[in-house]
Structure formats: C-alpha cells, structure tokens
Design a protein around this ligand. Structure first.
Ligand code: COA
Length: 183
C-alpha cells in the first residue's frame, strides 16, 4: 500500500551530500542538469527544453513534498534528486506501506558513488523515521548504471514489466524490493 510522505522537515547529511526539500532558488542548478541530453531519458522523461519547463517541474516538487534534492557539500550546488514516488505497480498485498524510489544525478557527477551514498541514507531514513515497511525501485533493462545503484543498495529483483515513458514508447522495466531490515 502507498505510504504517506511529507519531506518538509527532512534534512539528511551524508559524507558528501545534504539531502533536503527543493526550494525555488534551486531552479538554475535544476535546469543545468535536467536539460542535458541522456539524463532524463534513462528515467523516462525528456531533457528540459527551457528554464520555464524546469520551473514548472520544480513547482510540482515543492508542492508534492515527496522529492529531495542532492546538494553537494563541496560547492553547495544542487546536482540531483531523489523521489519517494507512487509505485507504478505495487508488488505487496496486505497492510504494508511503501513507496518507490526514483533518482537522477547530473551527468557531470556520474561514477563517483554519489547516488548509492544518497540512496543508502534515504533508505535508512525511510525505515527508521518514516517507518515504511518496504521500498521498491526499478530500472529500464538497458540502464546498467541504475542497475548497479540498486544492486549496491541491497534491493532484490522480483520481476519485469512494461513501463510507458513520457517519451511515447514502452520500456521493459526490471523491478526490485527491499523490506524494512530495521525491525
Ligand atoms: C543511474 C545514476 C543515478 C547512477 O548514479 P552514480 O552516482 O553515477 O552511481 P555510481 O557512481 O554508483 O555509478 C553506477 C555505475 O555506473 C557506472 N558509470 C558511472 N558513470 C559512467 C559512465 N559515464 N559511463 C559508463 N558507466 C558509468 C559506474 O561504474 C557504476 O558501476 P560499478 O558500480 O559497477 O562501477 C546516474 O547515472 C543517473 O542519474 N543516470 C540518469 C538517470 C537515471 O538513470 N536514473 C535512474 C532511473 S531508474
């Protein structure tokens, strides 16, 4: 079942990152990475074509209160996002509560282990503070980089399904689950 979530008061610190709610003044950093070719497509959305488009999406992030931005401590730049999303298809029956993790990081910062660092911290927060029963995560079959993040953060694969992207085609998605190990 879908867990309630509100990230308004969330602030998570890792070695290199601060995870916090999005703010309006994050717009330029958001547009900078979301407009780059080859980033959003791997998560099913098209690169942003204008600052106005980024402003609209940023407005949703702020309003929906389920997305955290990744602020890099070394330069205070916002370089990515993690969302506690509505599950595309919920694999768990009965009275257990969860959410689906979705994430993106600026191409300039790929390959430094930053997203696994962020995902581990968010998992920990979801299982200790939000008290979720489980989290799900998924990647397109061709997205080996995301597959590695999911493997490195402890999820277990439970199947594959079709996923309709915002780009007008269907991808095969490999789906994973992680139950609350804090109990
Ligand atoms: C998937 C993503 C979040 C990974 O973040 P990250 O911080 O780079 O994660 P890591 O540093 O752990 O790298 C993940 C893997 O990608 C590999 N990788 C990183 N950059 C790469 C590059 N430029 N080319 C090829 N492989 C690369 C790494 O070697 C690593 O694999 P390994 O653990 O076997 O060495 C990031 O690539 C991204 O935002 N991609 C676009 C959006 C997306 O795919 N979102 C997820 C949707 S499900």
């Amino acid at each position: 079942m879908l867990a309630n979530v509100d990230v308004t008061n969330v602030r998570i610190e890792t070695d290199r990152l601060i995870l916090r709610p999005w703010r309006e003044d994050d717009l330029e950093d958001f547009y900078e990475y979301a407009s780059v070719d080859g980033v959003g497509q791997m998560a099913g959305w098209a690169p942003h074509k204008s600052m106005e488009e980024s402003r609209t999406i940023l407005g949703y992030f702020i309003h929906d209160k389920r997305n955290l931005c990744l602020e890099l401590k070394e330069n205070s730049k916002v370089i990515g996002s993690i969302g506690l999303e509505v599950m595309y298809s919920d694999p768990v029956e009965g009275a257990l509560y969860g959410r689906e993790l979705g994430y993106v990081i600026s191409k300039d910062y790929w390959g430094r282990g930053l997203m696994p660092e962020a995902v581990k911290a968010v998992i920990d927060y979801c299982f200790t503070v939000f008290d979720f029963d489980y989290l799900t995560c998924s990647h397109f079959l061709r997205n080996d980089r995301s597959r590695r993040v999911i493997e490195k953060t402890g999820f277990t694969c439970f199947g594959e399904s079709g996923y309709e992207t915002q780009l007008g085609h269907t991808e095969i998605s490999r789906n994973y689950i992680l139950y609350n190990y804090k109990r």
